[in-house]
Ligand binder design. Structure first.
Ligand code: CS2
Length: 486
């Protein structure tokens, strides 16, 4: 048994003074935010911003709600919601974050979750439920065939889906005569706010509550956002480092680079000033930032992941140390992706590319490519395929943009052949398909492109795109480096 005590309210005073701990009146701070999906990214990003806002004296304590799994509650409940955040840089920094005042698991405590959502002192509901949590079809409508949405439509019991919780919370507020909360999506989806709005309004409507749907459409705000900070998954090395430096056990510390960015569409009314003071950029043109980040940073990330794994690399920094791959990714960003981005005020794309590449090289961060490779079926459409469809329509080259997609196809094929699991909501379909791929490029590419949940018809039906994907596929299969020469 470990003799080291666990981080909690009771032991917080034992943390060495060089490490920042919540110095604000934590017991007195009111819960003003509900957050869905308190995984590592939320706790390293938005919770840090809310900690800053709490320091400044605002009512921004968070009730963190896991939609399904009890893991976070089991780790942080005994710690009174406290956890360590490590900034991994040449000069590292550690801080104890106190923003999470309550950690709930929706299926365990549905009434408490609902009560929080209905509470008028909760003004903001943020979310990081990943792309799949929005339950959308490729066209961006609510997926009425999704098992959780079907359960929500049957109406028995408590909500199952994330949109279901928002609808239930908004219905309770409307019934009580309270204004809606502002729903702030913090996931890597293009136009995330509008997508969330559509899912929620369509669910209220599909439940047969036209009045509620109309009220949400008219009254509720769903600002779009861009969120950014590289956050590798927690591993034993981090747990050990935190134990050593804190002198206390933390069941689930989190880590990120020092860089953080949060751009939010300016619809926060009275809370806007507190957000701005904490360093959040409020703007009316979030789309340009969002697209640039999603296509350049996340697109490059997914490319490094699938191509890097193919070349035998394990982390982003290692993949960036491979000059052929780093050069390829930079050319793809500067020549293919940047061409798809609108000019935006305050956004210098060339400087942005350079800054992103420098962040990828951060030697203090071990960001595993296998982590980024998760959920490819959900990520590729926003990260690469939208860019590709626009390049196709504009007659721009497709060769480089086809490489990450072909590398993902090979990733699926390899995993299927070696009978290894993949983390992806479409895992069963993908592995099934992967087992049937023979290595014949045209046939394999055609079989993969025939997945309409991933590939829009404009791409899958286009001979130019099919040829580019098949060419990349065969090169990556037989001589991966040759795919990077372009
Ligand atoms: C990464 C992102 O895991 C992934 O897919 O591309 O989590 C990325 O690190 C963040 O979006 C950076 O803000």
């Amino acid at each position: 048994m470990s003799l080291v005590r666990r981080l909690s309210n009771e032991t917080l005073h034992l943390v060495p003074t060089a490490i920042e701990t919540p110095a604000y009146d934590r017991p007195g701070a009111r819960i003003g935010v509900v957050h869905f999906g308190p995984g590592a990214f939320h706790r390293a990003h938005q919770a840090w911003y809310f900690d800053e806002m709490l320091k400044a004296g605002g009512d921004f304590a968070v009730s963190a709600v896991a939609v399904r799994s009890g893991e976070v509650e089991d780790a942080l409940g005994p710690q009174d919601g406290l956890y360590a955040l490590a900034e991994r840089e040449a000069e590292p920094r550690l801080r104890v974050i106190g923003a999470l005042k309550e950690v709930l698991t929706a299926p365990r405590a549905p009434d408490r979750v609902l009560a929080r959502l209905a509470d008028p002192s909760v003004r903001i509901v943020t979310s990081t439920v990943t792309e799949k949590g929005y339950c959308l079809t490729p066209a961006g409508d609510l997926d009425l065939a999704h098992p959780d949405i079907r359960r929500d439509l049957q109406g028995a019991g408590h909500p199952a889906s994330f949109p279901g919780w928002l609808v239930a919370g908004l219905a309770a507020r409307r019934a009580a005569g309270h204004p809606p909360f502002v729903a702030v999506s913090c996931d890597n989806l293009s136009d995330n706010g509008s997508r969330l709005r559509r899912a929620v309004v369509q669910l209220a409507d599909a439940k047969g509550d036209r009045g509620l749907a109309a009220w949400i459409a008219a009254e509720a705000r769903f600002p779009s956002t861009m969120v950014d900070s590289i956050t590798p998954a927690t591993d034993d090395e981090l747990r050990e480092k935190v134990r050593r430096e804190l002198g206390l056990e933390d069941a689930w510390p989190v880590q990120r680079e020092r860089f953080v960015q949060w751009v939010v569409e300016d619809e926060l009314d009275a809370d806007a000033a507190a957000f701005a003071a904490a360093g959040v950029t409020l703007t009316h043109d979030v789309a340009a930032f969002e697209k640039a980040k999603l296509r350049l940073l996340n697109g490059a990330h997914s490319t490094l992941a699938y191509v890097g794994l193919r070349l035998g690399h394990e982390t982003v920094a290692q993949a960036m140390g491979d000059a052929r791959l780093a050069g390829f990714v930079e050319r793809m960003m500067r020549q293919d992706i940047a061409a798809s981005l609108p000019a935006a005020q305050g956004l210098d794309l060339s400087a942005y590319v350079a800054a992103v590449l420098a962040r990828f090289r951060n030697p203090a961060i071990a960001h595993r490519l296998a982590q980024i490779a998760w959920d490819g079926s959900q990520k590729l459409p926003f990260r690469i395929l939208e860019t590709t469809a626009e390049a196709l329509a504009a007659g721009r080259p497709l060769e480089r943009l086809a490489v990450p997609v072909a590398a993902w196809m090979l990733f699926v094929r390899t995993r299927a052949r070696t009978d290894e699991a993949i983390t992806d909501p479409m895992a069963d379909t993908l592995l099934d398909l992967g087992r049937r791929l023979t290595g014949e490029p045209a046939a394999d590419v055609e079989a993969m492109l025939a997945l309409p949940a991933i590939f829009p018809p404009a791409l899958s039906a286009d001979p130019r795109y099919r040829a580019a994907a098949a060419a990349a596929y065969v090169k990556l299969d037989t001589d991966p480096a040759s795919a990077l020469g372009a």
